[in-house]
Design a protein around this ligand. Sequence first.
Ligand code: GAL
Length: 666
Amino acid sequence: MAPWHPRRIEFGGDYNPEQWPRDVWAEDRALMSQAGVTLATVGVFSWAHLEPEPGRYELDWLGDVLDGLHAQGIGADLATATASPPPWLTRLHPEALPIDHEGRTRWPGARQAYCPSSTAWRTRAVALVEQLAGRFGSHPAVRLWHLGNEYGCHTSRCYCDTCAAGFRRWLLRRYGGLDGINSAWATAFWSQRYSDVEEILPPRLTPDGAWANPTQQLDYRRFASDTLLEELLLEKEVLRRLSPDVPITTNFMVMTRFNQLDYWRWAEEVDVVSTDYYPEFADPLTHVEAALSADLTRGLADGGSWLLMETSPSAVNWQPRNPAKKPGALRRDALQQIARGADGFNVFQVRASLAGAEKFHSGLIPHAGTDTRLWREVLDLGSLLERLGEVAGSRVESEVAMVWGYDAWWACELDSHPSVDVRYPDRPRALHRALWDRGITVDLVRPGAALDGYKVVVVPTLYLADDAAAAAVRDFVAGGGHAVVTYFSGIVDEHDHVRPGGYPGAFRELLGIRTEEFAPLLEGETVVLDDGSTADVWTEDLRLEGAEAVRTYADGPVPGAPAVTRHAFGDGTAWYIATRTSPEGTSSVLDRVVAEAGVGAAAVTTPGVEVVRRRGEQGSWLFVLNHTGREAAVPASGVDLVSGDDLDGEVRVGPGGVAVVREAGA
Ligand code: GAL
């Protein structure tokens, strides 16, 4: 398989020609060409058109689409078309329909209504992929294979009997036998001990107020992620056999509102990491969230090249209120992803649909046609991305890492915990945002990853930390690094068993502290710290065991107890933030940490003006994205590839504007 070598910034989107008569296709191609589109994702929801009846394949129309794209110099990200089965499939095989945890069937009529474990579904999907790969596996337009689509978006977990059997097999592989399962699941509790593996079920609806075994719930999340991954692996096997030269991808959903899959594990199986990211139009800080998503996607790609596979060119159709993007937002959104390592910016979709559930979702070609602001912005963006080709393949600079764990997220949000207000993404978002405001770029890394090369490592809400995750942070600090750990981290091991001896067991020695009991706050309750800042959600009765108190509580359940601590450990320093500090409180701690660690911003900036640097063999590029309503000035010398201006010491960027400076002397 030839490696993916980006030589340009890809631009394009999902292209669904089967929704249109053929005379529109020629216009589509001409317009895509005019806009500088380089990559079209084809066939994602085409199964019913490619196999209208069981075993009868109609592939010629897709061949015509691919030939047409190729003639226009546009590459294809060709879908395996298995994202949604045709109606005949579940009519023939009703057992392939998914069942929710209350035992209800999820019916066809929308999309993705299938059980991920279903043999019938898998057999039919593999047969389809064999047809497509056999016919188009060496087609000159095909540059990427796009497996499935947003795996787990609608059906992430099915609770049917087939899945139950698969879960048992998965458990036996993981634990070696019934004793291992009983021990990991702590089934001595509530008379849950299993005497035969056949007694084990998915965590289906339990009696009112009685929680399902937490490790059973956690393992079901792991099993569900692995089961969907098996689908991808089945398709991958076919493609490696029949189309070995074309790299594979699947569009992840790297967003803090999606946690159905363990993307660290998934990323190992694709040749190109790609993600979808959609803004939340009601959130004024949605662009900070977009930065976090991009930083995590870059982490999944191990710092290398990745693609933004989908976003909306303007409005979406699925939020309660769906405004159009404001002038300039499309360009800023695109450049933000490129700044943070994307080597491609693609949208859903090329031409806005006239019918169906997504008819009010924007496309590059809007309902109103090409005499529109949106189309003019699309043309501008296409030509800008072409000019930015030299950036492709360069890497994002960062001195700070943040540990991000999917099973830590799953475990953290299980029921029967000390406080419902401890939500996993809350602290990662808060700390990332505080660093974002300072122009400090953060790499997201998996728990247990080697941390050499970073100056600061942030460990927010890593409730579940296995020994390797704890050791990686400890070794980093012992070797001279600076770590910041936030509350409800290191509490349990990989089986969700409490680490005894005082909280937080996995990090107690590193942090030089010991907590006997948690003191979460009641709804709406706040506490004041000795610097006058406030905090909410969480406090704990923390004792110093070698650490110093940097902040203490002035009131609340544990007045006088440390709220923020600092501990010299080995050659480094370990900080603990024991409460949900306000943005100001978080910032003042991070200011000290980055100053002590000697971490610098990509450029001197002000909050709301995003700065990121990419560096490659050919030089370095400073991206400046002004998310504010005022003009911004950032120190920079070189050429602004957006305006073409030569810069001598400063780049001025208008409200909402962008600059990409090819830096002089870099
Ligand atoms: C994505 C999906 C696309 C389209 C889009 C609309 O989740 O992959 O097929 O539905 O959302 O925003």
